[in-house]
Design a protein. Structure first.
Lengths: 366, 248
């Protein structure tokens, strides 16, 4: 019976119900998409770094695990020192540069031969390797997003490059140019941001790292097989706080809309509350009815929000193919619980108000 | 259709016929109800002494503002007495808390209001069934069928209040009031919003409930014709009962 009352009450004001459901849906979708976007980008970046195939990564002291934030303070000669170490098969110096024209892109300046030695080479979908100083390689996602074709011209870092080839994604960055060219363009002659090392065997990784530490004190020496686990929101200062703030903002939207909606409902239904009281309905019964309505709205909003997340992901990815939005069951459940808790909290005060209404005043309400 | 065989017989009436002692179902002793307008004390009831025996149909008449509705609200536990005692089926409402008065309403009292007071989002069936749901015994299809047939509502059960006439709405309200076999029906101007024809129908039904089921009814009314359906008329003025306070 209470279910029938709840459903009928909710459907009695369809516009208000739809607005409330949309608010909860936006809340749920915001949580899912924000978390999905940050974790998706982090995971995809980590997979790309892992995809290089190196065993060890050497960065300057105090460098972030987010290698895009690394500067270029290391002399390129370090590569020669590294090559002398036991069990080191190949060393690839890489210079990183961020381009912010037409989206944020990380460009790897590489020496083709050493990078190939470490990474076993690119898988070319079209074109050929870097040959001239103005050549650029794009991965398939970047080529699609930027509508670039082989032998076409691609402008980045205020420089016109010749698209030499399109490679399969998953080798560190989405754009690769010659190390010397990038050093010239960024004024970092004979410098590298990062060194990738390939060991003769993977189980030599620890031994090589142990050997590196006294030679490069204070430098960040990281094994790449654990890289995925290092790329979490907590590794980037402020990212966790940003995600929490966005979740709090999303929850606030849901909370306030439900609060307002249920408050209006209670005012509008004052007389009905008086009727229920005259029938002997307890405070708990009235609270249960109103929380039931809020739950109904939240559940519908959660369903719509999950659907909205997938639709938004499709739309985002069609506009920005290089984005990765990771929608996980874990965060679907979490966002649903957050929305439900926020909704119930938002409905609690109006429900409490309703339960305390004076029956006679409520019955004479017009 | 007689429903005496399907609904609890009026035991109190049977006892009375055998000259056995019967306790009143409603007793008020020096009942006061005060309202406050700011710091100003406004007495609505000024020491009302009043008794209703089981199976009685009592009308309470009086001019506007004489305290009739206040008396009804206090008897129904919707308002708390300021002073004095109110016993309903032996329970002193003045000594009960809000939750206990709510329970008493749920199990012992049925209300019929002038403005029908049906839940607009439920159909007639839902409006009657919700009283059973709140009562807690669950839906009793047999009693539901008997009551709705008695009140001529069988064909209107799927209609919402907005789709029914005033007379039909009031019959739904009566069905809702009696569905849980309350000891006492409190009716507040039940024909106040009805035309003459529907008023007669509603009053006849209340009268039939009283006669066939021995239902105790206290009805507030302005209308002497409505009061004529009752077995006793109580007159109120200025917050006190001036005539008919006790059953003969």
């Amino acid at each position: 019976m209470i279910r029938q009352l709840v459903v009928n009450n909710v459907l009695h004001r369809p516009i208000r119900t739809i607005v409330s459901i949309i608010a909860v849906a936006v809340e749920v979708a915001l949580v899912i998409l924000i978390v999905g976007l940050t974790s998706g980008i982090l995971q995809e970046t980590a997979k790309r770094i892992e995809g290089i195939g190196a065993d060890i990564m050497l960065q300057p002291p105090s460098a972030s695990v987010f290698i895009a934030f690394s500067g270029a303070p290391m002399p390129i000669k370090i590569a020669d020192k590294l090559r002398e170490l036991r069990y080191v098969q190949a060393v690839a110096p890489v210079l990183l540069q961020i381009s912010s024209s037409g989206g944020v892109d990380i460009i790897y300046g590489i020496d083709s031969k050493s990078f190939r030695d470490v990474s076993s080479g690119f898988v070319f979908l079209e074109g050929h390797d870097l040959e001239g100083p103005d050549d650029i390689l794009l991965d398939d996602w970047a080529a699609k997003a930027k509508h670039a074709t082989v032998n076409g011209t691609f402008r980045v870092l205020d420089h016109d490059f010749h698209v030499a080839g399109i490679v399969e994604h998953g080798k560190g960055a989405r754009m690769f140019v010659s190390l010397a060219t990038l050093q010239d363009l960024s004024g970092s002659r004979d410098k590298a941001s990062i060194f990738f090392l390939k060991c003769t065997r993977q189980d030599h990784t620890q031994a090589v790292m142990d050997e590196m530490r006294p030679i490069f004190p204070g430098y960040e020496i990281r094994p790449l097989k654990d890289f995925l686990s290092l790329m979490t929101a907590t590794s980037l200062p402020g990212l966790d706080a940003f995600i929490d703030s966005m979740i709090a903002l999303a929850v606030s939207i849901g909370f306030l809309v439900i609060l307002l909606s249920m408050y209006t409902t209670v005012i509008e239904r004052t007389r009905d509350i008086g009727i229920l009281k005259s029938l002997g309905a307890s405070k708990a019964y009235i609270i249960r009815t109103l929380l039931g309505e809020s739950t109904f709205i939240c559940v519908a909003g959660i369903g719509a929000g999950i659907l909205l997340s997938y639709v938004a992901r499709v739309l985002f990815l069609s506009s920005f193919p290089t984005l990765v939005i990771l929608i996980t069951p874990n965060w679907i459940v979490r966002s649903a619980l957050i929305a439900l808790a926020g909704g119930l909290l938002g409905a609690s005060y109006p429900a409490w108000l309703a339960s305390r209404k004076d029956a006679i005043e409520a019955l004479s309400y017009d | 259709m007689t429903i005496t065989s399907t609904i609890r017989p009026p035991a109190e009436e049977l006892l009375a016929r055998r000259n056995l002692k019967v306790d009143p179902i409603v007793v008020t002793e020096n009942l006061w109800k005060l309202y406050y307008a700011g710091k100003l004390e406004v007495p609505a009831l000024r020491g009302v002494n009043f008794k209703v025996m089981p199976g009685e149909f009592v009308s309470v008449m009086g001019p506007s503002g004489c305290g009739k509705s206040s008396l009804l609200y206090v008897l129904g536990g919707l308002a708390k007495a300021s002073r004095g005692r109110v016993l309903v089926d032996g329970n002193d409402l003045a000594a009960l808390g809000d939750a206990e008065r709510t329970k008493l309403r749920r199990y012992k009292i049925g209300f019929v209001f002038q403005r029908f007071n049906l839940l607009p989002t439920l159909d007639a069936r839902g409006n009657i069934a919700i009283a059973q749901h709140i009562h807690g015994d669950g839906f009793d299809p047999h009693r539901f069928e008997v009551i709705t047939k008695l009140l001529g509502l069988t064909e209107r059960l799927k209609h919402r209040p907005s789709e029914m006439s005033g007379g039909e709405q009031q019959r739904v309200a009566i069905a809702r009031a009696i569905i849980n076999e309350p000891k006492l029906i409190l009716a507040d101007e039940p024909t106040g919003n009805l035309d003459t024809q529907n008023s007669e129908i509603v009053l006849s039904m209340l009268s039939q409930l009283h006669k066939d089921l021995g239902q105790t009814i206290v009805m507030i009314t302005h209308n002497p014709e409505a009061a004529a359906y009752s077995s006793r008329v109580v007159h109120m003025r200025d917050g006190v009962i001036v005539d008919g306070a006790t059953a003969n």
